[in-house]
Write a protein that binds this ligand. Structure first.
Ligand code: ATP
Length: 652
């Protein structure tokens, strides 16, 4: 469990008692779309199970009426009965195959639906959920937990039904044959029920621990076998440590799985030992009953038919007892899946939210007295307003990530966010596309609260270029088409040209059809950034959010990225987390953030003249940076020296 975050991920409590009715109801609900097939399955199972009782009855008739009758064997009757005894099992087997096929079909579909709805639900989860949950844990629920319930949904329901019918019909037939023998057969039942409860609890507990252990292993593998994890482990020489960590988790899983297997096996062995003993008891009791003298009360046919029924019933009974245990463990897994399905989406369309076509967006962005913190409930009321005197040197604990941020960006403007690390720049950009919702105040686009605009419209109007470029493991083309799947090849190339990446793509082995490795690792940092820019150019958003990469690229790469960005920013409202001199010089307005508050605002010249935090940051971060940029008079070199525009060619 993760405390202090909004999402509490729990392992089902093994002591929570027997399976919850609500869970069973919900599991049953997942079968609803397949009602018709389920009915056919039920009918086939009932029929097959009923057919199963016929043979033991026929045995009695054969023994008592055809084989051992005074005056010799009645061959004609025997032939007819034997014929029936051959036909019936064949018919039952055919029906069995048919209903097994159908129940597998339904079971697999139910699993498919569960996986789909879980994935769909996860897609709608807020960013907050993913920042507080390990990726491996999420994947484990999608794969291992749903995989774990597979047996139950494909097999168990039909097994329970068919076994119940077999048991019930056998008991009825046994009662008709001899109530005394039937009673004897059931004296051990309470013991089995008690044993089942005990074993069930133990298995449920182990099952829950096993699943969480599997999730841990997935998480370790996911973290350490990813490119970034690998780079970290190699760079720090931690290979041995990581291997040990994996071994420890693996050891724990193995021990748990051995326990899980053993509990089940030991239980079934006890059951089958008991079942093998009971026929002997039946013969003994039959002998005692019949030894009373006079005519035999129990005929040979009755005793043979009875033990046949008994052995026929014991297998399903043992299975049912085990299934009880299995169902309990599976329900623990269902609960884990349902737990995710029940997590609130939090960031959803408000009732009455409007769709806003991209073409109608002007792009005026307003932060209206915004208060925000990561761990807060959606509409919390801020505590006392920030102390007006609290300035740069103030080190009181920060309760709010953003405090009373109030600013406006005109359509088409380039606004640069500048500030020390942790000031809240990235956080501000998260609030515009509603990755998070503000606690108080509002973020507005063209005068409308973003919460009143449909999320889909927000997504369409916005383009985001992040510091770390994420490329899917697929072709360059598919990566580019992500934001606009219907783009033509010409549009694709135009976008790539605008981002100065077309020529590089053309050089790749398969051009636009070259697969870029997971996270695009086969491309250089600058190339990846330009590809990401081309992706956004193709999308043609009205509002651009740009988190400039801090990692310094070489001068040529840097220059190309800069060149690629210029046409992208033109004509759209841009919020840039500025790390480059060129961006702050080009900005129409610069907002300087410090500890969650906007402390200065203005153009570069105004802010320099003001001589505050910006002027200091400029000296520290930008002038010393490996950047060149254009300004009104020409080009600004890394040294801060301005070179007249005519010398541009030399610098290139
Ligand atoms: P940098 O320039 O270093 O990227 P920044 O100005 O972009 O910094 P933010 O990333 O917005 O800063 O972070 C602002 C504050 O919020 C920081 O103190 C950070 O630790 C905190 N923070 C960021 N993300 C989360 C999160 N998911 N949960 C909790 N706190 C967070």
């Amino acid at each position: 469990m993760r405390r202090g975050t909004h999402f509490h991920v729990t392992i089902p409590d093994p002591d929570a008692g027997p399976v919850k009715v609500s869970t069973i109801r919900r599991v049953a609900g997942t079968f609803r779309p397949y009602k018709r097939t389920v009915r056919v399955i039920v009918a086939a199972i009932l029929l097959a199970a009923m057919l199963g009782v016929v043979n033991p009855i026929l045995i009695k008739i054969i023994f008592d009426r055809a084989l051992f009758v005074p005056g010799g064997v009645r061959l004609d009757l025997l032939l007819g009965l034997v014929g029936l005894m051959i036909l019936i099992p064949i018919a039952a087997a055919g029906l069995g195959i048919y209903h097994t096929y159908l129940s597998n079909l339904v079971g697999q579909r139910v699993m498919q639906d569960l996986r789909n709805s879980l994935y769909e639900h996860l897609q709608g989860m807020p960013l907050r959920f993913f920042t507080t949950t390990r990726t491996g844990e999420i994947q484990s629920r999608l794969a291992n937990d749903i995989g774990g319930v597979q047996v139950v949904v494909t097999d168990t329901a039909s097994t329970i039904l068919s076994n119940s019918v077999v048991i019930l019909s056998s008991v009825v037939a046994m009662l008709i044959l001899s109530w005394q023998l039937t009673l004897l057969s059931f004296v051990t039942l309470p013991f089995f029920l008690w044993l089942m409860r005990r074993v069930g609890k133990a298995r449920q507990q182990v099952a829950a621990s096993t699943q969480s252990s599997m999730a841990d292993i997935s998480a370790v593998a996911e973290e350490t076998l990813s490119v970034s994890g690998m780079v970290l482990s190699k760079a720090f020489g931690r290979r041995h440590h990581e291997i040990q960590r994996f071994r420890r988790e693996n050891e724990r899983l193995t021990a748990l799985q051995i326990r899980q297997q053993m509990i089940g096996r030991a239980f079934s062995n006890v059951i089958y030992a008991f079942f093998s003993i009971t026929p002997a008891l039946v013969y003994l009791v039959a002998g005692l009953v019949n030894s009373g003298g006079g005519r035999a009360v129990l005929t040979a046919g009755t005793v043979v038919a009875f033990t046949t029924l008994q052995s026929r019933m014991f297998f399903p009974m043992g299975q049912m007892l085990e299934i009880g245990v299995e169902v309990q463990s599976a329900m623990a897994l269902f609960d884990r899946v349902f737990e995710y399905l029940d997590m609130p989406h939090e960031i959803v369309d408000r009732p009455g939210a409007r769709a806003v076509p991209k073409e109608r967006v002007e792009g005026r962005i307003r932060f209206r007295n915004v208060w925000f913190r990561y761990d807060g409930p959606p509409e919390a009321t801020p505590v006392s307003p920030p102390d007006a005197a609290a300035g740069d040197g103030d080190r009181r604990p920060r309760e709010w990530t953003l405090e009373d941020v109030d600013l406006e960006i005109e359509p088409g403007q380039l606004a640069a966010l500048v500030g020390p690390s942790g000031a809240g720049k990235t956080t501000m950009t998260y609030l515009v596309p509603r990755f998070y919702d503000v606690q108080r105040g509002a973020v507005e686009i063209d005068g409308a609260d973003v919460r009143d605009i449909k999320l889909e419209s927000l997504g369409e109007m916005m383009g985001i270029v992040t510091q770390e470029t994420f490329l899917f493991h697929s072709t360059v083309r598919e990566n580019l088409l992500y934001g606009r799947p219907d783009a033509t090849q010409e549009q694709l190339e135009a976008a790539a040209r605008a981002a100065f990446i077309h020529e590089r793509i053309a050089e790749l082995p398969d051009g636009y059809d070259t697969t870029v490795g997971e996270r695009g690792y086969r491309l250089s940092g600058g190339e990846k950034q330009r590809l990401a820019i081309a992706r956004v150019v193709l999308k043609d958003p009205r509002i651009l959010i740009l988190d400039e990469a801090t990692s310094s690229l070489d001068t040529t790469s840097e220059r190309l990225v800069q060149e690629a960005l210029r046409p992208l920013m033109a004509g759209r409202t841009t919020i840039a987390i500025a790390h480059r001199l060129s961006t702050i010089l080009a900005a129409d307005v610069i907002f300087v953030l410090d500890r969650g508050r906007v402390v200065e605002r203005g153009t570069h010249t105004e802010l320099l003249r003001h001589g505050g935090l910006y002027a200091r940051l400029y000296q520290e971060q930008f002038r010393g940076g490996q950047v060149e940029a254009e300004c009104e008079d020409g080009l600004v070199l890394a040294s801060g020296r301005v070179v007249p525009r005519s010398t541009d060619a030399k610098i290139n």
